[in-house]
Design a binder for this molecule. Structure first.
Ligand SMILES: *Cc1c(COP(=O)(O)O)cnc(C)c1O
Length: 428
């Protein structure tokens, strides 16, 4: 794709990363491989343009085409997620969440969200974040025995703290929440209902996971690069009355779309990344095609088969299995090794996964018990259920033979051979 270049240092690194991606299998649940067209839109001249504001309401001239491309992204996002409004400007999932907090909260206001230690995300109130300095986050957990949401605990905390936002979202939860029940709790205590669907947005788009906006939620934030398979970035979908995006408006749940627009720009960001927005529009178009439904279903089928195969090999899965794209293994319980050791040995054979805390983890956060897998990326490369026994077997053998270099080399060669049969979509 790249011919003669003057900056050999950087372009050699790009080549090396492409080779790493081609020759390995990506099992990190938050990663995916974008299409050639998404990549092309991201590498386009839209990166040269300043477009502060929104389509039809900009601060700079020359917006004939940026307005059209952003409008395409907005209309596609609304159609795909059945939302009244979409803001496609957040630079990332974290930025999307911060913009919603800033739109709705005053300093000191309470947000009720899932604890990071129990599968939530950093941006849901981890004390190391900026938002935790500004707002008062109260965290719910999951039932340590079942690994599932404990709705009675959520209700009890809502009664006690009267949160302004009830937030549901997670990076390491493999089940489907009862959105109706959560909406009922949130409505009883007058909360803004916010779903952070960063991990599962592609499953929602593909129709294999419930859409919180169709179960009474007011706002849904997401990343665009995980299961949704677009460029790195964020997005906010909401229900309500759409007004002038730059005009001050009363703080009511009905006005949420306008409050969000004002909060993204000028509230928390400057100029939007128009090349990324163009790529979001391309990815959203791809997600509207019938093939994407097939893809989303296959992600779930693969995860469920991989979970079965791992359980057959006596791996202990948090929550007893998976209903989405994600699997969390208790490695200490399964094999007596820390998640980080398993991560390193799998990396050694070309399988990329990541260490993760598990609910009620007895080990410290920097050396957690868990290992997290997901199937979005390998499914994009065309792997199906019949490939899952092989992957489970590699995981099993690599951990058992972690001190046997010859065996690890042999497994690595097997992984490379399978990976090379499945080119990256951008290589096709
Ligand atoms: C990945 C993720 C985010 C953050 O996305 P970034 O683009 O990395 O900022 C936010 N919330 C959840 C639940 C996530 O899984």
């Amino acid at each position: 794709m790249i011919g003669e270049v003057s900056d050999r240092q950087v372009f050699d690194l790009i080549k090396a990363e492409a080779k790493r991606q081609r020759d390995g299998l990506e099992l990190i649940p938050s990663e995916n491989y974008v299409s050639r067209e998404v990549l092309m839109a991201m590498g386009s001249v839209f990166t040269n343009k300043y477009s502060e504001g929104y389509p039809g309401h900009r601060y700079y001239g020359g917006q004939e085409f940026t307005d059209q491309v952003e409008t395409l992204a907005i209309e596609r996002a609304k159609a795909l997620f059945h939302a009244d409004h979409a803001n496609v400007q957040p630079h990332s999932g974290a930025q999307a969440n911060n913009a919603v907090y800033n739109a709705w909260l005053e300093p000191g206001d309470v947000v009720l969200g899932l604890s990071l230690d129990y599968g939530g995300h950093l941006t849901h109130g981890s004390p190391v974040t900026q938002s935790a300095k500004i707002y008062h986050f109260v965290n719910y957990t999951v039932d340590p025995d079942t690994g599932l949401f404990d709705y009675d605990q959520i209700e009890q905390l809502a009664r006690e703290y009267h949160p302004k936002i009830l937030l549901v979202g997670y990076s390491a939860y493999s089940h489907i929440p009862d959105f109706d029940r959560l909406a009922e709790i949130g409505n009883r205590y007058g909360c803004l209902l916010m779903a952070d669907m960063a991990h599962v947005a592609g499953l929602i788009a593909g129709g294999v996971h419930p859409n919180p906006l169709e179960h009474g939620f007011h706002v849904m934030t997401t990343t665009t690069h995980k299961t949704l398979r677009g460029p790195r970035g964020g997005m906010i979908l909401s229900m309500g009355k759409v007004g002038n995006p730059l005009k001050r408006t009363a703080k009511t749940i009905e006005n949420i779309p306008t409050l969000i627009d004002r909060s993204v720009f000028p509230g928390t960001q400057g100029g939007p990344l128009m090349h990324v927005i163009a790529a979001k529009a391309v990815a959203l178009h791809e997600a509207m095609q019938p093939e994407f439904k097939t893809y989303a279903q296959q992600v779930i089928n693969n995860a469920s088969r991989l979970a079965d195969e791992l359980q057959q090999r006596q791996f202990s899965l948090v929550g007893g299995g998976t209903e989405n794209h994600l699997i969390l293994i208790d490695m200490i319980k399964s094999r007596g090794v820390h998640g980080g050791i398993a991560e390193t040995v799998l990396d050694r054979i070309g399988l990329t996964a990541n260490k993760n805390v598990i609910p009620n983890d007895p080990e410290p956060a920097f050396r957690p018990s868990g290992l997290r897998f997901g199937t979005p990326a390998i499914t994009t490369r065309g792997l199906v259920e019949a490939d899952m026994p092989q992957i489970a077997s590699w995981i099993d053998q690599a951990i058992a033979s972690r001190h046997d270099e010859a065996k690890l080399n042999e497994l690595h060669n097997q992984v490379i051979a399978l990976a090379r049969q499945h080119p990256l979509p951008s290589d096709l």
